[in-house]
Design a protein around this ligand. Structure first.
Ligand code: COA
Length: 338
C-alpha cells in the first residue's frame, strides 16, 4: 500500500432536491412500467429539481456548506472550489463562481470541470495536484447536476434514468497514511456520439453526424437533450468500470483483498453488480442508492460517499474504491483510506 497519501478528505456533504419522481409517476406520463425500470436499471424513484426553481449552483451550495461545516471550517478558509458538472447554470461564468458567491468563500479561486459522470473523480485528481504543489490547503471538490434539465420526455429509454443532486468534499494535505492513496483517469473521444447532448455549444449550427435526425416527429429539437445508445454504453461501461477499479488499485499498490468498501457510479444496478463481483465485495460492503436517486452523474459518488459515512457504513480505516464512467467516454477510479 502507498505509505503516504498527498491529500485526505476532511469533510463531506450532499444535497438532494425534495421533489420525488417515482416510477409510478412516470407510468402516468409515458409508456413505461415500474417493472421495466426496476428490472433493467434498478431505479424506483429519483430526486428532481422539478418546479422548485433551483439551479445547479443552488444544490452545489447546500452540499458545499454541509461539507465545510463537517470539516470544521468557514467559507473564507476555502482556497479553491472545483466543481464538476455537465449541467452548468450558464455558459459562463462557471457554476463554481456562483457557489463561491453563495458561500461567501471570498479567498477562493473557482472553476468548473467537464468530464460527465466521471467529473468528480477528475476534479479530485486536480485537487491532489494543487495540494501536492503546495498551492492550496483547503479545497472544495463538488459534483453537482441538474440532469433532468437535459432529459427528453419523448425518449423513455433515457428519461427514466436520471435524477438531480450535489455532493461535496473538503480535501486537505494528508498528515498520516489516511487519504487518497490511488487514482486513475482515462477518456476515449472516439465514443463521444454514444452519449452526449450536442446542442448549445459553438458546434450547434455545424453539421454533426446526427444532423438529419435532429428533430423528432413532434418537431422536438433533440440536440438540447441527452442522446444515448444505451446498449453500447452499457457494454463499454462494465469494461471501463473494471479497468478503473484495477488501475486505481494498482496505483495504490493494493489488490481487492485490501478493499473494504465499494462506491460505484450509480448508473445501473446491473453495472454495479458486475463491478462488485470483480472486486469480490459482499452486498453490505457495496453502496447502492440508485434506487432512490437515479443517475446523478458527477454528483453520484460524492453523494453516496457522504451517505455511507453518515450512515456509519464506512468507518475509520476502511479502504474505499470509487469507480465511474460517463459521456466522452470518460472513466476513472480512486482509492481512499478513510
Ligand atoms: N420503459 C419500457 N420499455 C422501454 C423503456 C422504458 N423506460 N426504455 C426502453 N424500452 C424498450 C425499448 O423500446 C425496447 O423495446 P423493443 O424491444 O420493443 O424495441 C426494449 O425496451 C429494450 O430496449 P433496449 O434499449 O435494448 O434496453 P436495454 O436492455 O439496453 O436497457 C438501458 C436500456 C438504458 C437500461 C441500458 O441499455 C443501460 O442501462 N445502458 C447504460 C446506460 C447508462 O448507464 N448511461 C449513463 C452512463 S453514465
Amino acid at each position: 500500500m502507498k505509505s503516504k497519501p498527498v491529500m485526505k478528505i476532511a469533510g463531506t456533504g450532499h444535497y438532494l432536491p425534495e421533489n420525488i419522481l417515482t416510477n409510478k409517476d412516470l407510468e402516468k406520463i409515458m409508456d413505461t412500467t415500474d417493472e421495466w425500470i426496476t428490472q433493467r436499471v434498478g431505479i424506483k424513484e429519483r430526486r428532481v429539481v422539478g418546479d422548485s426553481g433551483m439551479s445547479t449552483s443552488d444544490m452545489a451550495t447546500f452540499a458545499a456548506r454541509a461539507a465545510i461545516e463537517n470539516a470544521g471550517l468557514k467559507p473564507e478558509d476555502i482556497d479553491a472550489i472545483i466543481l464538476a458538472t455537465v449541467t452548468p447554470d450558464m455558459n459562463f461564468p462557471s457554476t463554481a463562481i456562483f457557489v463561491q458567491k453563495n458561500l461567501g468563500a471570498v479567498n477562493a479561486a473557482a472553476f468548473d470541470v467537464s468530464a460527465a459522470c466521471t467529473g468528480w473523480i477528475y476534479a479530485m485528481t486536480i485537487a491532489e495536484g494543487y495540494i501536492m504543489s503546495g498551492k492550496f490547503k483547503n479545497i472544495l471538490v463538488i459534483g453537482a447536476e441538474f440532469l433532468t434539465s437535459l432529459a427528453d420526455i419523448n425518449d423513455r429509454a433515457t428519461y427514466v434514468l436520471f435524477g438531480d443532486g450535489a455532493g461535496a468534499v473538503v480535501v486537505q494535505p494528508a498528515d498520516n497514511d489516511h487519504g487518497m492513496i490511488g487514482s486513475y483517469i482515462k477518456s476515449n473521444g472516439e465514443l463521444a456520439e454514444l452519449l452526449w447532448s450536442y446542442g448549445g455549444g459553438t458546434r450547434a449550427n455545424k453539421k454533426v453526424p446526427d444532423q438529419e435526425k435532429m428533430f423528432d416527429e413532434n418537431g422536438f429539437d433533440k440536440r438540447s437533450t441527452i442522446r444515448m445508445e444505451g446498449n453500447k454504453v452499457y457494454k463499454y461501461a462494465v469494461r471501463a468500470m473494471i479497468e478503473s477499479a484495477e488501475k486505481a488499485m494498482e496505483d495504490a499498490g493494493i489488490t481487492e483483498e485490501d478493499l473494504t468498501f465499494l462506491i460505484p457510479h450509480q448508473a445501473n444496478l446491473r453495472i454495479i453488480d458486475a463491478i462488485a463481483e470483480r472486486v469480490k465485495l459482499h452486498d453490505d460492503k457495496v453502496m447502492r442508492n440508485i434506487q432512490y436517486t437515479g443517475n446523478t452523474s458527477s454528483a453520484s459518488i460524492p453523494v453516496a460517499l457522504d451517505q455511507a459515512i453518515k450512515q456509519g457504513r464506512i468507518k475509520k480505516g476502511d479502504v474505499v474504491l470509487a469507480a465511474a464512467f460517463g459521456g466522452g467516454f470518460t472513466w476513472g477510479g480512486l482509492v481512499l483510506k478513510i
